[in-house]
Design a binder for this molecule. Structure first.
Ligand code: IPD
Ligand code: CA
Ligand code: CA
Length: 410
């Protein structure tokens, strides 16, 4: 279903409006002159939250009379039924109130235009850092200050930077602690930066790889959720089931890591079971100090057009890994190899040629060229011998890059 509003018009008006609201927040932030009021439990709000909430509602109601609103400072206790409304503005006037009140500049205004559960437009603005993120449902891009952004390409858990944050609801914090306990032994770092809207947008811009939270509200994540998806990321619940801003849990990632994070966080989840797996054996073939690489044909997944180490999927039901490897070398390069040596294994998640998310396990070997004239075949359309120095100058598939880095060649 389409929103009543013209998204070109919404984009220019909202960018202008959120900056005006940002001036109000910046003024309070710089002067520090605002009152605070305790909410339930450990939660609190400030004069700035309330003033900007009212400002945005007034301006939007005037400009778009046919609007519905869900704003943090005016939300009814039970807002679940609003999820089904059209022309719904979901607003957090100040996301990161703790940061704001403690002079940390990471706080944001978040505005989403939702239509029957779908976010049509999302903008997140950090007034103290002058960063403006936005995305719209009818375009395939997300922007930071007018430049296209995209999620990171991190594929290895040991290189993964996760951000999380803490719900105001103290019981929900225990759930997060359990998730972090299961993640922490596998990943590079866990951060907590204090503004869900802003931090989710950092994921869209590739600054972190994963974001996890156990108790967000619609206004925290509605805009950023769209921005992440349009930057190539994925958003689900922490057990992998479909996400909506009206549900409290969120797991967002750069897509490549998603299934592995779900398996760690929610080991009982069935959501990852649909993922295919494939064992790929490949071999770095050396001759006179050079190595033989093949270039994947355009449109052959994964890694179209990239230079790859020769190899392919092993048919374990009818061959051993070594037999599969020698078969692939004949099919793709028409040569024979000798002196096979095993290297460390690696893994990656990529869509296969049918578009199905596939967990690849790469078993890589070193070998010496023995005989035959290299002739490309199968899904490789070019073969070439490269010196190790030349590897820096060509487009190589991600697992091959990882391998060359491990060997100190890149
Ligand atoms: C909070 C922030 C924080 C998240 C909390 C939110 P607020 O929003 O987004 O990062 O951990 O759950 O409530 O209260 O500062 O608008
Ligand atoms: Ca918030
Ligand atoms: Ca808020």
């Amino acid at each position: 279903m389409k929103a009543d509003f013209d998204l070109d018009e919404v984009e220019s008006s909202l960018i202008q409006l959120v900056k005006e609201a940002g001036i109000i927040l910046r003024r309070y932030f710089e002067s520090g002159g605002f009152t605070q009021r305790q909410k339930a439990g450990v939660d609190f709000t400030t004069q700035a939250d309330c003033e900007v909430d009212q400002f945005l509602k007034d301006k939007l109601a005037k400009k778009y009379p046919n609007s519905n609103f869900l704003t943090e400072e005016s939300a009814p206790a039970d807002y679940a039924s609003l999820a089904d409304k059209g022309n719904l503005w979901v607003i957090d006037p100040l996301d990161g109130t703790i940061n704001f009140s403690r002079k940390h500049s990471n706080f944001a205004i978040s505005i989403a235009l939702m239509d029957h559960g779908h976010t049509r437009f999302g903008v997140v603005y950090l007034p103290a850092e002058n960063k403006l993120y936005f995305a719209r449902s009818d375009k395939d891009a997300a922007y930071l200050n007018g430049e296209k952004i995209s999620c990171s390409s991190t594929a290895a858990l040991r290189e993964t930077v996760v951000a999380c944050d803490w719900a105001w609801d103290l019981d929900k914090r225990k759930t997060l602690v359990a998730w972090l306990g299961r993640l922490s032994g596998h990943i590079r770092q866990i951060k907590s930066m204090g503004s869900a809207a802003s931090d989710l947008c950092s994921l869209a811009a590739g600054k972190i790889d994963v974001y996890i939270h156990s108790g967000l509200k619609p206004w925290d994540a509605a805009a950023a959720g769209l921005i992440i998806k349009k930057a190539g990321g994925v958003v689900t619940l922490p057990d992998g089931s479909p996400w909506s801003p009206f549900q409290p849990g969120i797991l967002a990632s750069n897509k490549k890591l998603h299934h592995r994070i779900i398996r760690l966080v929610s080991p009982q989840s069935t959501a990852t079971k649909v993922m295919k797996s494939r064992i790929v054996a490949s071999v770095i073939i050396e001759k006179d100090g050079k190595i033989l690489l093949g270039r994947k044909k355009p449109g052959t997944f994964p890694y179209p057009n990239c230079w790859i180490i020769i190899g392919g999927g092993v048919r374990l039901e009818k061959e051993t890994v070594e037999e599969g490897l020698r078969r692939e070398v004949r099919e793709e390069a028409n040569i024979e190899i000798a002196d096979l040596k095993k290297l460390e294994f690696a893994e990656d998640n990529e869509p296969n040629k049918h578009g199905e998310m596939t967990h690849y396990l790469f078993l890589t070997y070193l070998a010496r060229y023995q005989s035959g004239t290299p002739t490309p075949g199968d899904d490789v359309n070019e073969l070439r011998w490269f010196s190790k120095q030349e590897l820096k100058t060509i487009k190589i598939s991600r697992p091959s890059i990882i391998r060359f880095k491990q060997l100190g060649w890149l």
